[in-house]
Design a protein around this ligand. Structure first.
Ligand SMILES: Nc1ncnc2c1ncn2[C@@H]1O[C@H](COP(=O)(O)OP(=O)(O)OP(=O)(O)O)[C@@H](O)[C@H]1O
Length: 294
């Protein structure tokens, strides 16, 4: 059974259509990045999954049940964009308080270790930096050992070092076969820390696959070289080439298969090829292309 299913889900806020006929299924044990620009509908989708919002149309299910039922059963943990911490409590007291609310929580020391809070356990919540507070929110999200973990832009306030440690904790947590869905605008994070990237734009699904598939699907590979005044004829018939541009003596071949295009260029033509440059679509180019299209 799928861990998460969106079946033709739409969500309106008055006139604003935040989620538009979204269908998506996530298998248990996957780590999925929900990638999209501001206002794409990422937070709305997470709130729908938590049962905090109800769809205007369609259904959301978690392990085949309603989000409300799954939340009550302690199956989901969430780290949302903000959430106040009780200022007078120490990190240890706060985490322990929350873990005791669940039937089968993780051990206190294990939670502190996963969230990289062992050294900060005695610190009061009102004395934490923004990034440290985020780590406490992560600790609270995993305290009940949820099978599904939802993270809404989890690294927003973190510096580079904190991000690295945070992702290490997330991977350790996910390693036990748990499902993780995280929202981000950071392309590198989606690329590095997920098995699958779901791109949404204007509430609609724009792409779905591994980061490598999304890059390949954008078809942005080019082979360019100095053509000078040699003839351009025939370049568009080379294997893989989808378009040819010539500008100021430089030929740019857009291709779906760089290897085949190069083989054709060197074996199938007598051109003098100099200043050869290859470029592949990076995730950023793919992301911009996809979110512009939709
Ligand atoms: N409570 C609300 N009332 C009205 N419109 C809302 C509300 N919450 C969100 N929206 C609108 O719904 C759309 C989707 O917002 P959402 O917060 O889900 O996007 P997001 O992808 O999480 O954005 P961000 O990356 O900026 O956090 C936006 O156009 C937003 O302005």
């Amino acid at each position: 059974m799928n861990a998460i299913v969106f079946d033709h889900v739409s969500k309106h806020y008055g006139d604003v259509l935040a989620v538009d006929d979204l269908s998506l299924a996530i298998e248990p044990g996957n780590t999925v990045a929900l990638l999209g620009p501001n206002g794409a509908g990422k937070s709305t989708s997470i709130n729908l999954l938590l049962g905090l919002l109800k769809p205007t149309a369609g259904t959301v299910t978690v392990h085949g049940r309603s989000p409300d039922t799954a939340v009550k059963a302690g199956e989901m943990g969430a780290m949302l964009q903000n959430g106040a911490l009780i200022p007078e409590l120490s990190v240890r007291e706060l985490v322990d308080l929350v873990r005791r609310l669940y039937p089968r929580p993780l051990g206190l020391d294990e939670i502190l270790k996963l969230a990289d809070l062992t050294e900060l356990a005695g610190r009061r919540a009102n004395k934490l930096s923004g990034g440290q507070s985020q780590r406490v929110r992560f600790a609270l999200a995993i305290a009940g050992a949820p099978r599904i973990l939802l993270l809404d832009e989890p690294t927003a306030a973190m510096d580079v070092e904190s991000r690295l440690r945070f992702w290490a904790g997330m991977h350790d947590y996910a390693a036990g076969g748990r499902t993780v869905l995280f929202a981000t605008h950071y392309l590198e994070e989606a690329d590095e820390h997920s098995d699958r990237v779901v791109v949404i734009a204007k509430g609609r699904l724009a792409a779905d696959g591994t980061a490598a598939e999304i890059k390949a699907g954008a078809g942005g590979h080019t082979v360019s070289f100095a053509l000078g005044d040699q003839p351009v004829a025939g370049l568009d018939r080379l294997p893989g080439v989808t378009a040819v541009e010539v500008d100021a003596g430089t030929a740019v071949l857009h291709t779906t298969d760089t290897d085949a295009t190069l083989a054709g260029l060197f074996r199938g033509t007598t051109l003098d090829v100099r200043d050869l440059k290859l470029s592949g679509a990076d995730l950023e180019a793919a992301f911009l292309a996809l979110t512009r299209e939709s």
